[in-house]
Design a protein around this ligand. Structure first.
Ligand code: ATP
Length: 127
């Protein structure tokens, strides 16, 4: 706890406490990141289509891998943005630009991977 006794600054003492903070992190990224809400909406759409096509287990595995990569990539992007903003605030810094652009590039690459997986698997079912 901090000096006000309101905020925790020491290490988690129980698994429950650690889980609670991890869950807070997931809720925060969904609340604050518009892109994450878009990814979640796309995830629901993909899962509905995947159920419709009655995918096989190996196909589900590729789809789930793509979904989790994009979502975790967006989380990493959000973490980088928060750390950069905390460090430089609203000042321009070339390294801040580099870090944020690279983190955004990571999400773009992972989204590209997800699109390729989707085209291969759903395309195969369509033809
Ligand atoms: N402090 C800074 N110094 C230099 N360039 C910055 C700085 N903050 C932002 N930028 C530039 O502005 C761009 C957009 O910044 P922002 O923080 O909105 O990230 P974003 O990737 O657009 O966010 P989101 O993922 O929410 O769309 C960055 O990719 C970077 O090029």
């Amino acid at each position: 706890m901090d000096s006000n006794g309101k905020h925790q600054l020491n290490k988690n003492k129980t698994f429950r406490q650690a889980f609670h903070h991890a869950w807070d992190g997931i809720i925060a990224v969904v609340k604050h990141e518009r892109n994450m809400r878009f990814h979640l909406l796309a995830t629901v759409a993909v899962i509905i289509v995947a159920c419709w096509f009655r995918l096989q287990v190996w196909e589900w595995l590729w789809i789930l891998l793509a979904i989790f990569l994009v979502i975790t990539g967006e989380m990493v992007n959000t973490i980088v943005e928060a750390l950069v903003d905390m460090t430089v605030g609203h000042r321009y810094h070339p390294l801040a630009k580099l870090a944020k652009d690279m983190a955004a590039g990571l999400v773009l690459l992972l989204a590209g991977f997800a699109i390729i997986v989707g085209l291969l698997i759903f395309g195969n079912h369509l033809i």
